[in-house]
Design a protein around this ligand. Sequence first.
Ligand code: C5P
Length: 220
Amino acid sequence: APVKKLQGLRFTITAGPTREAIDPVRYISNHSSGKMGFALAEAAVKAGAQVTLISGPVQLATPAGVARIEVLSAEQMLEAALAAAVNSDVFIGCAAVADYRVAEIATDKLKKGNDNELQLKLIKNPDIIASVAALTQQRPFTVGFAAETRNVLDYARQKLLNKRLDMICANDVSGSQIGFNSEQNAVSVIWRGGELDLPVQPKQQLAEQLIALISQHYKT
Ligand code: C5P
């Protein structure tokens, strides 16, 4: 049998988009497929970890052995993430959390008016991974993702510091071959003591390499 390097370690992983309601029938969201987060959950379980996967609405089957918690909004994801994080050794924030939500969700379906314009007021969502990284007790080793279209490494290094993460996986999403909704991905991983480029490859394979890298740097 393969060596289960992560036996006894508890992982919490967020994945997919969040969905922010406008009214009972409409919402704001994004194109995140959840594939990278689900691949990480599968790779962590295969390495022997106990995995909680907090997922926004996606069309993916739960990998065998993974405990899945389904959420819709960023606020729901935050609540689930904090509850799971305090009982975790490693937290990976792979979700594409909506930066903003609608300030006041209409209780009834919005009606089309005579006006040619409709204004929606948006307010900032909580930063889930920054909230986890800010925990003072029971803080897990915290790994983020940074999808960028330019200055990828610079922005990622800033996010590592600003969000107080232990590690960040920078993802160039300017091309369509990798990242969002694709089968492949490539990342530059940055931590406090170094950097490593992981080239374009299927998300499952990349996930295995990332989980191996996390297990090397976890509590070192
Ligand atoms: O700031 P940005 O959205 O680029 O940061 C990406 C990282 O932060 C990802 O790890 C993502 O899951 C996490 N994030 C979060 N909560 C937010 C926004 C981003 O956890 N509201």
